[in-house]
Design a protein around this ligand. Structure first.
Ligand code: PEP
Length: 248
């Protein structure tokens, strides 16, 4: 039985004072949350997240990392640096990184490998654009993104990771995939992985991400292959995020 995981992706939002209010608010409501919960915060706030969350029920992590271990990579942050802040998770291959920062499938696969090698749990994001959905290539796109990672790290490596199916057209747009649309892709992913390793496929947490809110979370998370969510905008409000966590 897979435990559901709800992870907040704060993106480039927050300040020391806003974060403190938000995290204290979420912590205060965690008593009746059964799902695993995490927040992925901007790099400068990792220290604060650890200070406020250590020893409690909420894990923390980052939204990106370098594929390189160290060296002349101005502005980059390595997996070892994330470990210095006791991160558990790191988001890899978010569609905003792919689209805005040119991260190819190969770079994403390198980042995934770097996270795993450091003992971090990568949350690997995959998903199609609206154009790709409308031209009927959703499954090919998701398969290609997964294959790059499996080709680099092997299927067994997925056992130490989390997947997030995030249709690009649903991220930050208010337009959510229907529970059936999401379930169809999740089932496709699990079946594809099952053909390689049934144990890995059946144990893997596959989150859905894309305009999840308190009002649609329960129906999405009720689908058999949806194991929680990666939550952007709605993770910035303690009550809304807690309602999503409770739905999981
Ligand atoms: C995300 O950033 O991963 C995301 C799913 O964003 P939103 O929930 O705002 O659509």
């Amino acid at each position: 039985m897979r435990r559901k995981l709800v992870a907040g992706n704060w993106k480039m939002h927050g300040s020391l004072s806003e974060n403190e209010t938000l995290l204290r608010g979420v912590l205060a409501g965690m008593a009746d949350v059964k799902a695993a919960v995490a927040v992925c915060v901007p790099f400068p706030y990792l220290h604060q997240a650890r200070h406020l969350l250590a020893g409690g029920p909420i894990a923390w992590g980052a939204q990106n990392l370098s594929q390189h271990a160290k060296g002349a990579y101005t502005g980059e942050v390595s997996a070892a640096m994330l470990n210095d802040f006791s991160c558990r998770y790191v988001i890899v291959g978010h569609s905003e990184r792919r689209a805005l920062y040119g991260e190819s499938d190969e770079v994403v696969a390198e980042k995934f490998a770097a996270a795993l090698a450091a003992g971090l749990t990568p949350i690997l994001c995959v998903g199609e654009t609206l154009e790709e959905r409308e031209t009927g290539v959703t499954e090919q796109v998701v398969a290609r993104q997964l294959d790059a990672v499996i080709g680099r790290s092997g299927i067994a490596a997925l056992a130490a990771s989390v997947l997030a199916y995030e249709p690009v057209w649903a991220i930050g747009t208010g337009r959510t995939a229907t529970p059936q649309q999401a379930q169809d892709v999740h089932a496709f992913i699990r079946a594809k992985l099952r053909a390689l390793d049934a144990e890995v496929a059946d144990g893997l947490i596959i989150q859905y991400g894309g305009s999840v809110k308190a009002g649609n979370a329960a129906e999405l998370f009720g689908q058999p292959d949806i194991d929680g969510g990666l939550i952007g905008g709605a993770s910035l409000n303690a009550d809304e995020f807690l309602a999503i966590c409770r739905a999981a």
